[in-house]
Ligand binder design. Structure first.
Ligand code: NAG
Ligand code: ZN
Length: 493
């Protein structure tokens, strides 16, 4: 028979490769300076996606990512995702999305790593101690805009794959990359690209990995949930133009008074959301969840110091974490049309627009929230019997994301953290929103894990953003170990 004529070696499945962790770690340690230089080179690119004048830098950034992955032997594409319309009607090309593929062995799992290389704005004058685009090493911390969010984690993944390649070791899983350049402004164009490539690039992806978040303490973490966000504008319009308060004050029913009146009915001083239906939609806190929160390392005093307050809404750890991660909240962000300039201007603004948002958690539904908020605000406004006009619009409706921490992907994460750090991870959620996680889940139907490597005090989006050498380098080792752990998952689940 034909099959018996084959040499026995070919009958051995390709999954029996000893994991040469020590060699890989040695490679990482001996190439540290190279990795720091790579980060320096990336930080020097002002890839601020919110500033249209920086768009050429952003295009260059995407090309550098593509080039690096190509040099490593990946199959790389720069995917055109079209243009964005600017407020003045002009069209501007979006930065291309970089996709890459390493390995296509159908006996192996395929993971897809998502990251972004655009950054928040940063200027020295904002209060940075160092030039935000000149990577500066102070006591083992690398300061620079985008260091932790998300350039170093993306590089760490690239270097993890690169280490296997450099040592001519077979990758334990096939690895795909999706690196975008519009995350900080809402991942414009990415949803469409994911949808368009669902049956091509994403069709054989088993798992999606995101490393765009941070630890909660000095202990490594795995992130299993993020809150969504519904963002609203509430506009109150009255007289046809701004008026002088000395001349007209007392005669007109002022839009600003109406607006502040209704804003004040959204949430109570003790944090209770007053919009009917919202609290009822929230999934109840289970005993297991309560227990998980108990086990998390979290220093309330540290947290207070970090934000500069002496009192928080809740004074025990479990309540606080629960309200950061798994309960909704209302934040009022500002009022447009109001003169907040310095000086004692005595104007009655004719039209004012409040901006507020409601963080979303399971099982809230943005479409329902939109209706609940709009109906409620109109009803409290009606009670004022004001002749002014109220208009409520929801401009963002991002759903929350929640994973199962018992899933094999998380077990693999725990094992990798154990190997590299000799600890159990904090299992945490993020209060913020990573909308793309939910898109990946909804469109591809694949399981997602978030493995952060950034430190709890990295200052994402703030002045003096940094990542430590420890987190950058040990994080790279964690990714190496993680790829191996994923390959050991028993069956596709
Ligand atoms: C970055 O900072 C270092 C140290 O202050 C300085 O020597 C170097 O010239 C700076 N590089 C750039 C490109 O500004
Ligand atoms: Zn980010």
């Amino acid at each position: 028979m034909h099959i018996l004529a084959l040499p026995p070696i070919l009958l051995v499945l390709s999954n029996v490769h000893a994991f040469q962790y020590e060699e890989l770690v040695q490679h990482i340690d001996s190439h540290q300076e190279e990795y720091v230089e790579a980060l320096r080179e990336w930080i020097a690119i002002e890839s601020d996606s919110s500033n249209v004048l920086k768009r050429p830098d952003l295009h260059r950034m995407m090309e550098m990512v593509a080039q690096k992955l190509t040099q490593m032997g990946g199959t790389v594409e720069l995917v055109d995702i079209g243009e964005q319309e600017l407020p003045d009607g002009q069209m501007l090309a979006l930065p291309k999305v970089v996709t890459a593929l390493f390995g296509s062995d159908s006996d192996k799992y395929t993971v897809c790593i998502y990251g972004h290389v655009d950054v928040q704005p940063a200027k020295l004058e904002d209060g940075w101690a160092t030039d935000p685009y000149n990577l500066t090493d102070i006591n083992g911390n690398f300061y620079g805009r985008g260091a932790s969010d998300n350039k170093a984690p993306v590089l760490a993944w690239i270097h993890a794959v690169g280490a296997y390649k450099a040592l001519s070791m077979e990758l334990p899983v096939n690895v795909k990359f999706v690196i975008e350049g519009m995350e900080e402004t809402g991942s414009n164009g990415l949803d469409t690209m994911i949808l368009a490539q669902r049956d091509t690039f994403f069709s054989n992806v088993d798992y999606i990995i995101i490393s765009d978040c941070s630890w909660l303490s000095r202990r490594p973490a795995l992130t299993y949930g993020t809150r969504g966000n519904c963002y609203f504008y509430a506009e109150v319009e009255g007289p046809k133009q701004d008026l002088h308060s000395g001349v007209y004050g007392g005669a007109v029913i002022e839009p600003m008074t109406d607006l502040i009146g209704i804003l004040n009915t959204l949430i109570s001083p003790s944090g209770t959301i007053l919009i009917p239906g919202i609290r009822e939609a929230v999934a109840p806190l289970s005993d297991e969840e309560w227990k998980m929160y108990q086990d998390i390392q979290f220093d309330m005093d540290n947290y207070k110091n970090e934000i500069g307050v002496n009192q928080l809404m809740y004074n025990n750890k479990v309540d606080l974490l629960a309200h950061l991660w798994r309960y909704p909240t209302v934040s009022i962000h500002g009022i447009e049309g109001a003169f907040s300039d310095q000086g004692t201007k005595t104007v009655i603004p004719a039209k004012v627009t409040a901006k507020f948002s409601i963080r979303q958690v399971p099982n809230m539904d943005p479409a329902m929230v939109k209706k609940q908020v709009t109906d409620y605000l109109h009803s409290v406004f009606a009670k004022r019997k004001s002749p002014n006009k109220l208009k409520v619009t929801m401009v963002i409706g991002a759903k929350p994301w929640l994973a199962d921490t018992q899933h094999a992907l998380y077990e693999a994460g725990k094992a990798a953290i154990k190997r590299v750090f000799d600890m159990d991870p904090d299992l945490i959620r993020e209060g913020g929103t990573i909308p793309i996680a939910r898109t990946f889940q909804d469109v591809t139907g694949k399981n997602i894990i978030m493995i952060p490597i950034g430190g709890f005090d990295d200052g994402l989006h703030s002045q003096n953003e940094k990542i430590s050498r420890y987190n950058y380098i040990e994080g790279t080792k964690l990714f190496i170990a993680y790829l191996n752990e994923v390959s050991l998952i028993k069956s596709r689940v």
